[in-house]
Design a protein around this ligand. Sequence first.
Ligand code: RP5
Ligand code: MG
Ligand code: MG
Length: 291
Amino acid sequence: TETQTKSRSVNYVGTGIKKFPVPEDMASWGITWPEYKPVYYEAPEVKANPSWADHIDLLELSPKKRLNKIKFNAYDESCKYNRTSYLGEYQIIDGIPRNPMGRTGMIGRGLLGRWGPNQAGDPIVTRWKRNANGQKILDNGKYVFEFIAIIRSDNKLCSLPGGMVDPGQNVYECLKAEFKEEALGGLMDNEEHKKKIKDKLKIMFEEGELIFKGYADDPRNTDNAWLETLVYNYHDNTGEVLHPFQIQNQGLRAGESVDAVTWLTARANMTLHAAHAYFVKLVADKLNAAF
Ligand code: RP5
Ligand code: MG
Ligand code: MG
């Protein structure tokens, strides 16, 4: 199972901020820990009230004023955002949501826009790795597979082409939109490509399978804001469906916030952004593939 490893990292990603160190055995809220002094942080870009964030800093208000400001554990009609958690009902302490997976060393939203769950979607698009003759490659009696990975501009890590659910969007729309933006970004300016892509995406998302939905161990998580994701796999068994996207490696093109796109061989020892290596492992298990 996934742990809070990245959520508890002391250096808060991309900011130079040091969080209060939380050893693994102190993470649970069930353990009384009077010395716990989490660091407060809300990034300037969150404070600037962009469309993807809640326009309120709950910690600046008195506990009384905070109450019922945001509709937690429900669909929030006022901003068309789903604030329910895949983990069930999360606790609200003095009007502030509490990370159901335990302490992180930071309060406030950090780099995240929403108080409570921040919903994301992660598409894992896979195919069998083949040699120059088109034959599948075996490793210890199991076939090797590849998935579409991006290199993120923010932390330069390999990652799934996933992203956050926008207001009014459902998670399946988000999956499709993120895959288009991040993996096929550069292709979308051409009408002929657009039509082809639309047809392929339709097949991919009708035939894909749910891999995981739940907490995402992301380094941006705090005690009051955390990522949750729905992971969806489309496996192109014949390699034919995605074929037009591979002409001389021109098929995949980086979108915004993405430095590069590529087919990456799935391996147990690879380093990926957030909990993505765990999600790819789940796909390896499902495909009974080499990993
Ligand atoms: C990860 O962050 C999720 O699994 C998802 O891939 C991603 C969403 O954040 P952005 O890509 O929008 O930064 O934890
Ligand atoms: Mg993204
Ligand atoms: Mg999005």
